[in-house]
Write a protein of this length. Structure first.
Length: 112
């Protein structure tokens, strides 16, 4: 039986000035992603669920989102991990395959 919701969680460690200290706290944020309305046997359903998971991951990682270039990597790592964890939690091979294909670089060519 297909579950109809998924919890996306991410732990965000906060450090001032990019230096972690013994007093640094780690908070966990989460968002519920509902997908009972989607057909996970269709490409459109898989694409919609992947987008919902990515949006939820960006939301839970938003505390790390910054314009400071040196800290942008923390945000992206948080999003990537939250997306991967969410996809693993769903356990749908179509979704897993869709996500894996998105990670590969695409090259366009006009050669035949």
């Amino acid at each position: 039986m297909q579950s109809n919701k998924l919890l996306i969680a991410a732990a965000a460690a906060f450090a001032l000035g990019g230096v972690a200290t013994a007093g640094t706290s780690a908070d966990t944020y989460s968002v519920v992603v509902k997908y009972g309305d989607l057909n996970l046997e269709s490409a459109a359903g898989i694409k919609s669920l992947h987008k919902r998971i990515r949006n939820a991951a960006q939301s839970v990682c938003s505390t790390l989102d910054t314009r400071i270039l040196g800290l942008r990597d923390d945000f992206q790592e948080c999003v990537d991990k939250a997306v991967a964890d969410g996809i693993a939690a769903v356990g749908n091979p179509n979704l897993t395959s869709y996500h894996a294909r998105g990670k590969r670089p695409a090259f366009a060519s006009n050669r035949s």
